[in-house]
Design a protein around this ligand. Sequence first.
Ligand SMILES: [Zn+2]
Ligand SMILES: [Zn+2]
Length: 181
Amino acid sequence: MKINLEDITDDGLHLSFDGTQDLLAKALAEVPPSEGVVIDPAIKGDLDLIKTGDNFALTGVIHAVMRLHCARCVKEFTTRTKVEMDLVVRQRTPETRPDDDALQTEASEILVEGPEVDLAEIVYQEILLEVPMQPLCSESCPGLCPLCGALKGSDECKCPGETAADPRWEALARLRQKMPP
Ligand SMILES: [Zn+2]
Ligand SMILES: [Zn+2]
């Protein structure tokens, strides 16, 4: 999805994605997501690229689908993510001072070489920021029973004391057992 910034008129560029094209395929192949994370190359949403003085404003909303593994029960699950994009695309010019490179680390600004910009790459980077560090199939996922390996509180787990308790209370319960009466 290469765009030449020099082609952008005062009307700006509007793009719509209906989820039928694998727009992220190339970006995904070049920089695969971390292990256990699958991102659907097809995205839905809208993007606007508008010239703002010397820079360009890239705004819009992207809906992405990803498959993750639950950090508690290791089950694979599918989740939809809404990515709100509000970025400034700045072209590196011969006048760009070397210390301006630091600006690239600022999430809201993207420094590009030359007039060409790959929007798929930018969208992909923004989606990666939305991948949770501790994915959960559901907020209430009880996790696996340490004794039998089945889902805690499920029919398969008959272990005494391994009810689907809130894991946050477990440490407290253990502490109480140790305390003298
Ligand atoms: Zn889970
Ligand atoms: Zn069990």
